[in-house]
Ligand binder design. Sequence first.
Ligand code: AOF
Ligand code: ZN
Length: 351
Amino acid sequence: MPAQGRTGRPRLMTPEQAMRDAIALSEAVRGTTSPNPPVGAVICNTCGVPVGRGATQPPGGPHAEVMALRDAGDRARGGTAYVTLEPCAHHGRTPPCTDALLAVGVRAVHYAVADPSPLAQGGAAVLERAGVTTSAGLLAEDVRRGPLRAWLHYIRTGRPHVTWKYAATLDGRVAAADGTSRWISGEQARAEVHALRTQVDAIVAGTGTVLTDDPQLTARDAEGRPLPRQPLRVVVGTTALPETARVLDDSAETVIVATHDPDKVLAELAERGVVDVLLEGGPTLAGAFAAAGRIDRLLGYLAPALAGAGPAALGDAGVSTVTDMHRWVVEEVTMTGDDVRVSAIPAARQD
Ligand code: AOF
Ligand code: ZN
């Protein structure tokens, strides 16, 4: 049923509202679609009233457009589709979305970002040739930096996208001098990280962190109960782990990658269909990823506390002089509870 306005009449949506809705639908399936992209779609009828909503299903399942068309049924005829990614034109594990849109008689398709994958691209041209009006670019930046960021990076480079997440004091320490580190950031920041874990494909930590902190590396709610979806746990390093390590419990799948080479880790993860990675610890592993230029985004939670001593968030990253420093561009600074959250990307890339 379309949303009802206060007058009882169905509520019209502007193109921007429809695309925002499609973005929200795609956000809700993040972490469940890899190696496919999380896409959202909204269909409005001839009057501009939303009549169908959908998002990409797990690999092999229907794409967003097909889900939205199913939801809309006949009401999609003559309507307009808003999709976060250009509809595919290929027979992959599922038939082309362009066929599905044409079959029901959709008149216009507005998508945010073009599909760069060699197999699936070209959907807009197919639709245009069949007489459908298409446009690209509506809220493209929001989509590129948001739900499709990891997948677009993966298609371009063949490597999973890596977000390095750390929680530190304002002076950049991740523990006190005696090694104690619970809890540097506040409750809200911790809850946010658990929510983020459910949206990624894998969490990566080094054996050093696993041996010192014995983290479980699962996504949990405020009471410590596991959230419905758990990412793959990945432990990197050559040091053996005790059988009792919590990361080896049965609350989520775990793989151990016995190497120190970030590119080998990423190649192994790509092979497993991992697109979106959260690198969580510790300083040595993060330093190796930074030195190799394999951190694509950083997400720092800075607690209003000073430690004055204790390990720094980042270990050796191959920087010996100021001109070697890794330069970053801050995308966003927000408050999360009492902590400052910084999101940044490498200056050299800005993607
Ligand atoms: C769309 N809508 O919701 C998604 C698309 O193997 P398949 O058949 O599932 O195809 C996967 C490819 O389709 C993927 O690499 C990407 O190019 C595109 N994903 N396309 O029209 C969607 N998820
Ligand atoms: Zn498709």
